[in-house]
Write a protein that binds this ligand. Sequence first.
Ligand code: CTP
Ligand SMILES: C[C@](O)(CO)[C@H](O)COP(=O)(O)O
Length: 238
Amino acid sequence: MATQSTSAPFIAIIPAAGIGSRMQAKQAKQYLKIGAQTILERTLTIFCEHPEIHAVYVALHPNDPSFDTLKIAAHPKIQRVAGGAERVNSVLHCLENIAAADAVVLVHDAARPCLQTPDVDRLLAYYREHESPAILAKPASDTIKVSQAQQPRVASTLDRRTIWQAQTPQIAALTALKQSITEGLAQDLMLTDEASALEAAGYPVALIEGPSYNIKITHPEDLALAEFYLTQQGLMTQ
Ligand SMILES: Nc1ccn([C@@H]2O[C@H](COP(=O)(O)OP(=O)(O)OP(=O)(O)O)[C@@H](O)[C@H]2O)c(=O)n1
Ligand SMILES: C[C@](O)(CO)[C@H](O)COP(=O)(O)O
């Protein structure tokens, strides 16, 4: 299994090319404001201000109307990349644009603005020690049902002690992730996160417990929840 030197540069990839259809807003959800800042600014700030992150690649919709209006767009760590049809294509475009072959990448959804620096630090510490992929994830707290294929009727109940809800960031060597996604797409696999591709390619992926506040803003009610968590963190600048 290929590994990376721990002196390799850490690079953040922020897929932000979605249209936010489930949010039902007039603009893409990453441009909705929580307090004085947009969701995207809050997310990018975490990585731009992190002293160990060398660069921040942000995937934007080809017709993105708003990125250049954000103050953070001029930050020296930011690199813009054209997004793709699905999240996985946006991530792959970023990987293809990174010149440093020895880079270690952290992929983090633009739509998860409540992440905190210590959460990033835990992933970096894991990678430094093990030189192997890892993701933030939250152990399931509900009982998990599997439904029958065509109707909402219970087929079985899973052992929730083995169920984790994937979050981001997800960290891996650039070469391993690029190879895994390329192979996964060629096999027509459903790749909704980086770990899905890495797992399919045979890489071990560690689960590192992520915080409840690291929500993905997906539905309208998630905005108020994010505001609550950011207020708790003292980050609700107006
Ligand atoms: N073609 C795409 C689709 C999604 N994303 C990004 O991937 C992250 C997670 O995706 P999701 O929450 O599903 O965002 P959307 O695709 O925008 O939302 P929806 O599925 O409701 O349309 C978001 O930061 C989104 O901007 C992306 O970069 N490129
Ligand atoms: C990557 C992710 O946020 C992990 O939970 C998730 O898989 C993204 O899924 P979506 O279908 O793009 O919402």
